[in-house]
Design a protein around this ligand. Structure first.
Ligand code: HEC
Length: 149
């Protein structure tokens, strides 16, 4: 009886931590997806004329990025040791070996956002803003992001 309780308890604990790991991986992936939505779903599409220029939507996307980017180091504080199920991208193992270098990529993105904020008033200035920010997103992705599928 006692042994059954211990075994079941251990199984539940195991399942609990596997779930926590997946939750964390999903949380990290969702943070990036939200930034991708502002950056590619709104800003990039407007630069390509796929959706019409909309100042309020641009301002909201920039504000979202401005608030979200500084949360990257904290969101990636712990290694979930697995990828979010069905995710297209995951974190490289290098991230967890070089967390300080990973974190050091973030201020450049925040600065790029601050630099372009208030300068965007049409598609031409939006293109400049997009390139300025995107270069810094890539500055982290080229080392620390893996394409999974
Ligand atoms: C400090 C590093 C870092 C910075 C800066 C960074 N990212 Fe990421 N990004 C990652 C990592 C690591 C992943 C893969 C992990 C994941 O998706 O769970 C990722 C994944 C992504 C994905 C793919 C998500 C998916 O699975 O579909 C998008 C989109 C994305 N980032 C957008 C951005 C944008 C836009 C910026 C700039 C505003 C940015 N990222 C800045 C580290 C960073």
């Amino acid at each position: 009886m006692m042994r059954t309780v211990v075994v079941v308890g251990a199984l539940l604990l195991g399942a609990g931590s596997a779930m926590a790991q997946q939750d964390l991986a999903v949380k990290q992936d969702n943070l990036m997806k939200a930034q991708g939505k502002s950056m590619y779903g709104v800003i990039f599409k407007m630069t390509k004329g796929a959706i019409p220029y909309d100042q309020a939507a641009v301002d909201a996307a920039i504000a979202q990025l401005e608030a979200s980017v500084p949360t990257i180091p904290g969101a990636f504080a712990t290694n979930p040791k697995e990828n979010a199920h069905n995710a297209e991208y995951g974190a490289s193992p290098k991230l967890w070996r070089n967390k300080a270098d990973f974190d050091s990529k973030v201020p450049a993105v925040a600065k790029a956002i601050a630099d372009v904020k208030g300068t965007i008033k049409d598609v031409a200035s939006l293109k400049v803003a997009y390139d300025t920010i995107q270069e810094k997103c890539v500055g982290c992705h080229e080392t620390y992001r893996l394409k999974l599928r």
